[in-house]
Write a protein that binds this ligand. Structure first.
Ligand SMILES: [Fe+2]
Length: 325
């Protein structure tokens, strides 16, 4: 993956995304939860953030602003769908500081960048920051005497998602929400009885003018779900199991911090569980998926090997450093 030279990156930060205040750079989008839960529960507010990429590419002021905006919404729960870090473990202390600042409980799943940087170390840092990290697991959270199940899938991009394991403890009598870094896992999660999946990874394509994001993320990247809401939040009828998936455009960036166009803007999505779709105006309609493209076994193998290669490189570096001490 290419990195912009330091000077260029600083130039872009200066021109595209900085200034004395980052106010207005992050939009807050509000949606109702699945129709099946409307009227069946007292409304629960869930804030969804994704792809913070804490590191040198994304200014820490933007990270802080995202937390402040989230807290100002007074959510009952914060969920984060991976890529907490950018390329290394150098900023884990900042990540801990950041996630500790959320006032609501936080549940998260890992993304490909977390695996590249060291999944166990990132997960341990998140735990120190008070985040419950679900790695192919589920948990039940009680909010105002109402129980909500959260299913958390480990990262599918690097081959770590195990859906059967993640849903093994799922109860059909409780409302459920799933988190997955990769949105396409939703197709299988819906079949397991989870009507809504929150995801990230695409950054909305970052440049969304002239639908460039759909070309880059959809046609070239092979994704069915690029940014925003897809599918339906209505209970499925008939033979084909359906559900909804929301792809957040994220907070940070991993290579170039440019975001151009409305759909690529940094964002926080608020989901009001217990409220019916159509009950209030929403910023987006439920979209039809793009064609997408299945991954070849070769590509999946190469992605898995990249994680192993990076782990070996970290281990070698640590050994050399120890010898030098
Ligand atoms: Fe990302």
């Amino acid at each position: 993956m290419l990195f912009p030279p330091f000077g260029w990156s600083q130039f872009l930060l200066g021109t595209m995304d900085s200034g004395p205040s980052h106010a207005g750079r992050i939009r807050v989008r509000r949606f109702a939860g699945p129709a099946a839960y409307a009227g069946a529960m007292e409304p629960i507010r869930i804030a969804h953030l994704t792809d913070q990429h804490v590191g040198r590419i994304t200014p820490f002021a933007i990270q802080r602003e995202a937390v402040e905006l989230t807290n100002a919404e007074h959510p009952d729960l914060v969920v984060i769908t991976g890529d907490f870090v950018c390329h290394s473990q150098l900023y884990l202390d900042q990540l801990i500081e950041l996630v500790r600042a959320f006032r609501a409980p936080v549940i998260g799943v890992l993304g490909n960048h977390d695996h590249w940087a060291g999944a166990d170390e990132v997960a341990a840092a998140l735990k120190r920051g008070g985040v419950e990290v679900l790695r192919n697991d589920s948990t039940i959270i009680t909010i105002r005497r109402q129980r909500l199940q959260i299913v958390g899938l480990d990262d599918a991009y690097t081959g770590h998602a195990r859906i059967e394991k993640a849903v093994s403890g799922l109860r059909r009598d409780l409302p459920a929400l799933a988190l997955s870094h990769i949105a396409e896992e939703a197709d299988q999660l819906w079949k397991c009885g989870v009507p809504l999946v929150l995801a990230g990874h695409t950054h909305g394509g970052q440049i969304t003018v002239a639908r460039l994001n759909e070309i880059a993320v959809g046609k070239i990247g092979g994704h069915k779900y690029v940014q925003g809401l897809y599918g339906t939040r209505q209970p499925h009828r008939g033979a084909v199991v359906t559900g909804a998936v929301y792809v957040g455009a994220g907070i940070g960036a991993s290579v170039i911090p440019i975001r151009i166009g409305e759909r690529g803007k940094r964002e926080i999505a608020i989901f009001e569980f217990g409220r019916r779709p159509g009950e209030f105006e929403e910023p987006d309609r439920e979209q039809e998926p793009l064609a997408g493209r299945a991954l070849s076994p070769r590509k999946m193998r190469r992605r898995a090997e990249k994680v192993v290669r990076r782990r070996a490189r970290r281990s070698l570096r640590a050994t050399v450093e120890m010898k030098q001490v």
